[in-house]
Design a binder for this molecule. Sequence first.
Ligand code: SF4
Ligand code: SF4
Length: 332
Amino acid sequence: MGLSGLNIGRLASGGIITNYFCASACRHCLYNCGPHWEKSYISVEVAENNFRAVRALGCSAVHIGGGEPLLRPEKLGAVLDAARRSGISIDYVETNSSWFKDPESAEALLSGLRPKGLHKLLVSISPFHNEHIPFARTQGVMDAARRAGVRIFPWVAEFIPDLSALDGSRPHALSEFEARYGKGYVRRILDRYWIHMGGRALDTFRPLLRTKTLEHILGENTTGCRRELTDTSHFHLDLFGNYIPGLCSGLAVDRDDLENGPSSDKYPILNILGAKGISGLFDFAAREYGFRPQQAGYINKCDLCTEIRFFLVKEGYDRSKELGPEEFYLRR
Ligand code: SF4
Ligand code: SF4
């Protein structure tokens, strides 16, 4: 097939996912990351090929994220080396601080990575992260970064007072935040912090938000998702050499197909979504696989889209490889 309408012209701003395994399993995680994933980390070869593709598509700087990239610091160092060789600068590396053991080893680890190109750390700070990671570790990483000469980007600093008021030596369940800061605290996080409604965030927020019926969702989304799928303002390429279109986690395009665009024979679902959107996917799944909605209500079209894709994978969908990575669909 020739070019699809889903060509990626230029990459604006984005990152490289080095690994999906993570010590946490945050309830807002877009990529369904967690400890249950295979402990696979990006190879130097895939990193170089990703960097080459990023450059070829007009982008010269990326961030590095996961999963938790710092769970394998020596491999992260090799990725930073590969970026430098490829002429790609690193905006920042994301971390959730789960790896922190003591001030000395944290400083040594960051000091070792700094000459390789680790100049800024995005340190995750939120009640979701705090469900798994004691805030003392987060503070330990920020202190160690200061000593190592690595700049910090606390994301989001606004939550520091909320977390600081609790015992920093242990994690805290969201219910503890609700108990301390009032009912509706978790819902109000959406007003304070950008959370994309995909992945695990869907199950977390669906019970807290006003939802829409299937008919409503289908009725208000009659056009395709081309705009979202071709948005490159927050792109990601992962350790498998996959490009994740837009913020549509669980969809994958082989990096080498980016230049010509995902063809409809190799990427039938993406092309249905691009041309007809959620209505097209629903019709396809209902007609060919007998899909029936499993929720009484949906947050938005992406909520339904994710449910349908989980259903297709469970039904053994094997007509293409665009529903991936595999472990995204193992557990929510
Ligand atoms: S949001 Fe970040 S820290 Fe939390 S599970 Fe996902 S990758 Fe891990
Ligand atoms: S409905 Fe699916 S393809 Fe469309 S924007 Fe949402 S997740 Fe992406």
